[in-house]
Design a protein around this ligand. Structure first.
Ligand SMILES: [Zn+2]
Length: 325
């Protein structure tokens, strides 16, 4: 099976010439168990039971709420990490906007594990959880994620029906009310970057946006985890009128960054929207790799990817904490 992958504009080159081999190669972890493992990819049911497990083991650090339901009716679980305290500010982080970006939910799970395991041992993490709360949405687009396990590994969008066509789904990261559908998004329902019939037409994006709107006085940073490219992006992506992307060498904590104008403008993204709500620290992470495996990142890269990203998130969180007022 051969696939010619278009990579950015204007030039094209083949990155993965044998998709089936890459599909097989992603499962290269030694941990071939049916149960949950942080160094392999886990399906939604396994993620869900791990969430429950971690709350049971750490009731003083982790709690769970449901912020809405997906199009197919799955509850959207939001985790809250942090010690009880009055008037705490918070950092919001989500994973799994785009269904096929499996490394993203893997990172949110890793983050929760690492946070609870290092609390009381690592002084920075202890201070962070004492003084801040982390809201972690482990998978935004659960329906899409489930579909990548059951039907189509390369699925990206939600699974909602569109009027007047058999084409399914909206790109949830083109569905926010931030320059909606003006740049780098499509109004054609069959497109993989379909912006939806209106901003927040998707139940998943509406639930996320509602939660952030309701907690605007406490949320001081918004982090959204995608793949792939190994970039850290900050607003705006919906206009060329601002200095936009922060392109960083992938050695976190962030040291070597070059500011550039957007190479891939995209309107309706959650980071731009959160920034427009007044959340000053709003970043999109594009995790590994740079195209060798793309969305089919082998499981053997989960640990190093999560370790370096964990450092970056910790670094940003600590910066936010030190610059709260
Ligand atoms: Zn993405």
């Amino acid at each position: 099976m051969f696939l010619f992958t278009l990579f950015m504009v204007p030039s094209c080159r083949v990155l993965i010439d044998n998709l089936q081999a890459a599909l097989d190669a992603q499962f290269d972890s030694q941990a071939r168990t049916a149960s949950h493992s942080y160094v392999k990819y886990n399906n939604w049911n396994t993620v869900k039971s791990r969430i429950y497990h971690i709350i049971t083991l750490n009731p003083d650090l982790v709690s769970r709420s449901v912020i809405g339901k997906t199009y197919e009716g799955r509850p959207m679980y939001l985790l809250k990490l942090g010690k009880n305290g009055a008037n705490k500010k918070a950092i919001f982080m989500d994973c799994g906007f785009h269904a096929r970006e499996w490394i993203s939910p893997a990172f949110c799970q890793w983050f929760v594990k690492e946070a609870v395991e290092t609390y009381g041992k690592d002084s920075v993490m202890t201070t962070l959880l004492d003084k801040l709360d982390f809201y972690v949405l482990p998978v935004v687009n659960i329906d899409g994620y489930v579909y990548t396990w059951t039907n189509d590994r390369m699925w990206r969008k939600t699974r909602s029906k569109n009027a007047g066509t058999t084409c399914i789904g909206t790109d949830p990261n083109r569905n926010f009310d931030a320059g909606w559908c003006t740049l780098g998004a499509s109004d054609y329902p069959c497109s993989s970057t379909y912006c939806g019939s209106a901003p927040e037409s998707e139940k998943e994006t509406k639930a996320l946006a509602d939660f952030i709107r309701e907690h605007l006085s406490t949320i001081k940073a918004y982090l959204t985890i995608h793949s792939y490219s190994q970039l850290l992006l900050f607003p705006y992506s919906y206009t060329y009128n601002f200095i936009s992307h922060l392109m960083c060498s992938y050695s976190f904590p962030v040291k070597l960054c070059l500011i550039s104008s957007p190479t891939d403008p995209a309107a309706g993204g959650s980071d731009d929207w959160a920034y427009d709500q007044g959340i000053k620290y709003s970043f999109t992470f594009e995790l590994r790799d740079t195209g060798r495996y793309g969305f089919l990142l082998p499981e053997s890269q989960i640990k190093p990817t999560c370790e370096e990203t964990f450092l970056a998130v910790k670094y940003i969180a600590n910066y936010v904490l030190e610059h709260l007022y």
